[in-house]
Ligand binder design. Structure first.
Ligand code: 1GP
Length: 230
């Protein structure tokens, strides 16, 4: 899945990126960011993307105050290792009636920040999961599964110098039945392939798409994912 942060570019640029990524084989567009998302830039971005792609556009929300009616679905997510109840359940309680009234499909997701966690770890006041503790990662993932969540997401943070360690992905993949999403710091085909082989079901890339504008390396990442999933 391709993550597009509405703060990072004007709406027309975001639509162009989404359309290129769809042509290259990405399966969904996620829209969101930890800071600087406004109702206006979110609506413009989502609406623009929806007008050019066929694949689902899913909100990746930072909180209850920015939800767009133009999306296909929203991650109804809980940051399981946040120190604040706000991101565990507070924002979700605040958003639930709006989501129902807008008729947005919800996809429930347990979200865990792995070191270094970057901006989202700071803003979310996470106790980041240590990179050498696969056992704790499995415990979180099983908790998400037993809560009945649809997905479990391991997040190293956007722009992280390295992705979530393969050992953590492997341990979670072996023990847990719900789909495993991995994101943060994935910038080349090799790490994408290794993560998929370790057990990731979905990879999320944001920075690679924003920064490189290097279509060849993006294609390499997507091809590696598709090959690994076969
Ligand atoms: C952020 O995991 C995503 O939530 C994407 O991270 O920007 O490092 O690809 P990158």
């Amino acid at each position: 899945m391709t993550l597009i942060d509405p703060e990072k570019q004007p709406g027309d640029v975001a639509s162009g990126v989404a359309s290129t990524m769809e042509d290259m084989g990405t399966d969904a567009i996620m829209v969101g960011g930890s800071t600087g998302v406004t109702q206006e830039n979110l609506d413009t971005t989502v609406k623009g993307i929806k007008s050019v792609v066929e694949i689902p556009v899913i909100l990746f929300p930072a909180g209850a105050d920015t939800i767009s009616r133009h999306a296909d679905a929203i991650y109804f997510m809980s940051m399981l290792n946040s120190r604040t109840t706000r991101l565990l359940v507070g924002e979700q309680v605040q958003a639930s009636k709006t989501i129902k009234d807008l008729g947005l499909e919800t996809i429930s997701m347990g979200y865990v920040i792995v070191e270094p966690g970057m901006k989202v770890g700071e803003v979310g006041r996470a106790n980041p999961l240590p990179r050498d503790d696969p056992e704790l990662a499995v415990n979180y993932a099983l908790a998400a599964e037993f809560f009945g969540m649809d997905l479990f997401y391991l997040e190293a943070g956007s722009g992280a110098p390295a992705p979530v360690p393969f050992e953590i992905v492997r341990a979670v993949g072996e023990e847990v039945s719900i789909p495993l999403v991995v994101g943060g710091g994935i910038r080349d085909g090799r790490s994408a392939r290794d993560l998929v082989e370790a057990g990731a079901d979905v990879l999320v890339t944001g920075t690679a798409v924003e920064r490189t504008r290097d279509l060849a390396s993006l294609k390499e990442i997507l091809d590696a994912i598709k090959r690994g999933n076969r």
